[in-house]
Design a binder for this molecule. Sequence first.
Ligand code: FAD
Length: 416
Amino acid sequence: MNWSELPRHVAVVGAGLAGVSACEQLRELGYDGRLTLFGAEPHVPYDRPPLSKDLLLGKQTADEIVLRKAEWYAAKDIDLRLGTPVTAIRPDEGRVELVHGTVAVDAVLLATGGRPRPLPVPGGDHPAITVLRSLDDAVVLKDRLAPGVRLGVIGAGLIGAEVAASATVLGCQATLIDPAPLPLEHVVGAEIADLLHSQHRANGVRVLVGAVASVEDLGGAIRLHLADSNETVDCDVVVVGVGIVSDDSLAAAAGVAVNRGVLVDTAQRSSHPRIFAAGDAARPTGPDGPLPNVEHWESALHEGKAAAAAIIGAPEPVRPVSRFWSDRYGWHLEVVGEFRGEVVLRGELGGESFAAFALVDGKCVGAVAVNRPSEMKAARRLIERGLPVRAGHLADESVDLRSLVTGNRTPAGGPR
Ligand SMILES: Cc1cc2nc3c(=O)[nH]c(=O)nc-3n(C[C@H](O)[C@H](O)[C@H](O)COP(=O)(O)OP(=O)(O)OC[C@H]3O[C@@H](n4cnc5c(N)ncnc54)[C@H](O)[C@@H]3O)c2cc1C
């Protein structure tokens, strides 16, 4: 590494997981220049997954979900500027603009995350309609969820499903509405998607397949009208969870290439040599153009680290196999890699815990599990190392999957 060519001042815009991960990695890699982390929110950077789970359920407080304690930033000589949104980046002039003033910088990491997609229907901006992205959103929602409250959840993806599950635990009467009969089918296959979705009904949630066409103000409550049917849902509170829009606005205004996210290469480099992007704000590109956006916790963590390495010219870290998780009704769902090819089941589908592995050419390429974290760790290693595996071993509960990774058991060949 040529230390004389290192940026003297790195600005990280966005104090979420990707931004904090980048700052931490920059210091880990020995970068000792000036490092400023700008956060639009007033809070010490916090973790988002608990917002729809333990924070909503009152099992964790806001103080308990911080990514790092406030003192950590000072100890690492990171200038944490909370409540300080960056309003523009001027990469060719080497500065970023704030509401009051400008700051000279040599490299900028955009880790601005995403904004909840609004509900694009008449009445969709009704004040009783909420979203769940930030700690402030979660505090407002938590305050509104009480026993007997009629909650409408629009969108049965990861966040919608978790909100419905948490609200049910809190005694609300939840109705979950999505046009897709089997949300997550494209990720975990029809059978597991069906099982996951059926959990809502089994736990007393009313599940409707359809799109919300309009929102009517009932004065104190609201009525959701579904498209192509006479179905209506009266609600006291509505949460919209229909995805996010990657926040690429600073990059777009600066002429950096964007396409529903800041376009980056595998090292998180944008089209401008001084600008990098990571986390939900970034969109990876492959040889054939932009790839799907990845909006999960682990990718934000990794991309922050990868961006840190790229900023100071350190080697690109190995990209781990993708992983995300979701919690609902006591089920800890984990998904790693890609779920395609031959499916091998371990345990009883729908039982207390089970795992399903996806095999292509005798190698594991993906896995889905409920309440089987250690087996998912093993699956991840099998995928990362491209080890051949026998379907029979994966299905056999008496086989410790770790042994397939370490090679203490012959993992392939022989009868299935
Ligand atoms: C409720 C909820 C539950 C989730 N649960 C899971 C889960 O169970 N499993 C999982 O894998 N993933 C989960 N996720 C997704 C995961 O949390 C995100 O992918 C991750 O937080 C993305 O991190 P990020 O740093 O890219 O963006 P963010 O965490 O959104 O951080 C971006 C920050 O940048 C700030 N910012 C934006 N613009 C500016 C600006 N101009 N200047 C300064 N600051 C700015 C924003 O205010 C924000 O604080 C969940 C997300 C949510 C919202």
